[in-house]
Each structure stands twice: as C-alpha cells, then as structure tokens.
Write a protein that binds this ligand. Structure first.
Ligand code: FES
Ligand code: FE2
Length: 419
C-alpha cells in the first residue's frame, strides 16, 4: 500500500509522486480508440472481478436481480439461494431464450416463456415438458450456465472468465484486508439514478474521480462545503492505492453553515449536523462507520467523503451522512450506462421524509452538474484537436486508473496485471 497524505495548505500537494505515477501528459487514445476499447473489454472487463453492489439488495431467499453487461453481450441473473448468492447467464438451456424477463423480484423457480422449461433459483433444471421425446436427455446437465460469483464484506462480485484466473481474495489484495468490518448503513434501501450518456465510460468515471472541478461546476450546491478560504481549489486531503484499487479522501469545510437566506437547508441542517449537505442518514447511524481506520484514514477534521474505487468501473463513497455507489458500465467506445445508487433509511416521520426529499432533490442537481460536461468533453476528445490531456496533482485518481488499465490491457495474465 502507498500511504499518500497531502497537505492541502502547502504550495503544491504531492499525491502523484507518492503514488509512484509519472507526471507527464496523458494520451487521449484510450477515450476514443475503438481498438483500445475492444482491448479493455477483453483484457479488463472479461477478466477482472466486477462488483455488482450490496448483497442486502437480495436479502431474502429467492430474491434476484438481472444485471446487463453490454460489452460482454451478457445478462447476468443473480439469485439468493438458501446456500448463498449465485450468478448465472440468463439464457435457457433449450434454445437460448432469455429466462427471466423482469429486472428483479422474488421467485423460487424460473420458467422460460418459450417452451416452459423450469429452473430452480440455484440454476438446476427441474421441469421439461414432454421430456421423453428428447434424445439421450439428462436434466442434470442442462442447468443454467454458472457465472463465477463471490461475496466479500457484503459486496457481490462476478467474474466472466469461465474459470477465473485469480480468486476474489487475490484480486482485492491488501485492499481486501483493510476494508473489512465496515457496517454500511441502510444497505437494503436505496434510490437509483440511471443515465445513458454519449461518452466513453472513463469520461463519466473521471467526473467522479476528482474534486478539482467543484468550485467551477458546483459553486451553488457544494462549492462552499467541499472548498473554503483555506482550501479554495478543493484539494484532496489524502489518497491511497492498493494494486488496481484506490481511495481518495476529499476535503470538507468544517466551518460550513448554510447561508442566512437558505431557510430550507438551515431547517434540515439543524438535525444533520455534519457540516455536509450530502446527508440522508443521521450521525448516530454512521458513528461506527466513521471510527473505522480505513475511513477518513488520517482522521482529518476537514473531511467530507472517501471516494473508493474497486477496479475497474465501480466506486463507493462514504461520508458522515451515509454511503452511495456508482457503476460506470461501458456500452460502446462512446456510450455509457451510469448507475448511481444512494442508500437512505426509511423515513420514520414526516420531518425525516422532507429532509430526504430535500437531499434527493439536491443530489439530482449535483449529479446533473457533474455529467453536464461529459458529452461535450467526449466531442472535444473525438475531434482529435488534442493528443493528450494534462492532469494536476488533485487528479491523481484518473492517472492511477489509466495506468492500471494500461497494465491490464498489456498483461498476458491477470496475475501479471496484478503484480
Ligand atoms: S428456449 Fe427456453 S424452453 Fe425453449
Ligand atoms: Fe462533482
């Protein structure tokens, strides 16, 4: 692990150097090249363990959801059996129709709508109409096709290799040792924002990888919570990398109070008391989670959010107000399906409900500000006007991501990519 602590008050921070990364301009080809995109699909998305989110989403036996993975031309059915979480290709063993047609629910068995073949939620084929008329037929060999699936600390992962080259534990490495025992509050409850954007998945991911943009894009919403007079450019307070995974702790203005005119925010702020408007849970809810050594690792008093990346395309964010996640699913070289999931509790009373509505409306505003530039950026990249982009120290997570992707694209084996 590289411990990277930045002094945001210094003339310059030194996160890039501490992460052992170069400082030169960075090629834009990975954001526009079809050839590179195909390599990313084959070498990264089809070889890495991919986090699909919290297992509480399917908390009861029989719960399931379907996850589309466009670049693999796959739909993955994730189910909770009595033995644990399992994943399958959503493809019938008869003539390959899709078995499950909705996006999620609860079922002990799945019936293919074409000829009524029936599967248990553990993938076993249990019913075939007119079975006697098949030839040398063995139901046991015709279950749903399994996809490697494991859970770690309540996070569900799948791997699209028929036999994964490395275990999930090996893939997570030191990161997996450090991020244990974190209680993620309200994991079973979430609101989901989904958006289809005409930009490479990394353009969208990069919009959530740095805080340098905050004073420029978010002056009205979070400009004075994530930046301040002492940190006017919202420099990060620390960063860590573990192999392909990474985390950055972002600055929060401890002096922040809502301006006099912001009556609604002032009303809700009186209870939230975190100095952070990105908040739906109460402080008591998140107390244990704040004490965890991996969270805000420098225990800075000027802390807002830890932005933590599980390679390649998944981010979870923890803050005093709770946690949320981002999936940046590539669709094509310049299309992305972006899924943001915010975990919030059930509102016990009308006041909390109002507070949450305010939070959700505020989130919507901030997220729109975030993705507002992305399609324009992609058009600029596609124009070919520039060969490279220049990154500053606060954009270290973008540099680390590209560095790791390049490693994976060129590595013959996953173990070599992780070395
Ligand atoms: S394709 Fe599913 S039962 Fe025939
Ligand atoms: Fe932002």
């Amino acid at each position: 692990m590289n411990d990277q602590v930045a002094d945001f008050r210094a003339e310059k921070t030194n996160l890039t150097e501490l992460a052992g990364l170069g400082k030169g301009p960075v090629s834009l080809e990975p954001y526009r090249s079809q050839e590179w995109f195909e390599k990313e699909v084959e070498q990264v998305f089809k070889r890495a363990w991919l986090c699909l989110g919290r297992e509480e989403r399917i908390g009861n036996p029989g719960d399931y959801f379907v996850q589309t993975i466009e670049v693999a031309k796959a739909e993955i059915l994730v189910t909770r059996t009595r033995e644990g979480v399992r994943a399958f290709h959503n493809v019938c063993s008869h003539r390959s129709n899709k078995v499950v047609l909705d996006r999620g629910g609860n079922a002990s068995r799945f019936v293919c709508r074409y000829h009524n073949w029936t599967y248990k939620n553990d993938g076993a084929l249990i019913g075939v109409p007119d079975e006697k008329n098949f030839f040398d037929f063995d139901k046991k060999r015709c279950g749903l096709t399994k996809v490697a699936c494991e859970t770690w600390e309540g996070w569900i992962f799948i791997n699209l290799q028929p036999v994964p080259e490395v275990s999930l534990t090996e893939f997570l490495g030191d990161f997996g040792q450090i991020y244990t025992g974190i209680p993620y509050p309200h994991s079973d409850k979430s609101i989901l924002f989904v958006s289809h954007l005409k930009a490479n998945w990394k353009v969208i991911a990069d919009a959530f990888a740095e805080t340098y943009h905050i004073p420029a894009i978010h002056p009205e919403t979070i400009g004075s919570t994530f930046a301040s007079n002492e940190n006017p450019f919202a420099r990060p307070i620390s960063a860590q990398t573990w192999g392909p995974h990474r985390s950055v702790s972002t600055y929060g203005n401890p002096e922040y109070v809502p301006p006099i005119g912001s009556q609604v925010e002032r009303l809700f702020y009186s209870n939230i008391a975190t100095g952070n408007v990105l908040s739906a849970a109460s402080l008591e809810d998140t107390e244990v989670f704040l004490k965890h050594p991996a969270i805000n690792p420098t225990k800075s008093g000027s802390w807002a959010v830890d932005v933590t990346w599980l390679f390649p395309h998944f981010q979870f964010d923890v803050s005093p107000g709770g946690f949320w996640t981002h999936h940046f699913w590539p669709v094509s070289v310049n299309e992305t399906r972006w899924e943001a999931r915010f975990h919030i509790p059930d509102a016990p009373d009308v006041w909390s409900r109002l507070q949450q509505e305010h939070y959700i409306a505020r989130l919507g505003e901030i997220l729109l500000e975030d993705v507002g530039n992305t399609e324009r950026t992609q058009e600029g990249i596609n124009s070919g006007a520039k060969e490279h982009m220049v990154l500053q120290d606060g954009e270290v997570m973008i540099r680390h991501s590209l560095h790791q992707l390049e490693k994976w694209v060129h590595a013959e084996t996953v173990r070599e990519a992780l070395a």
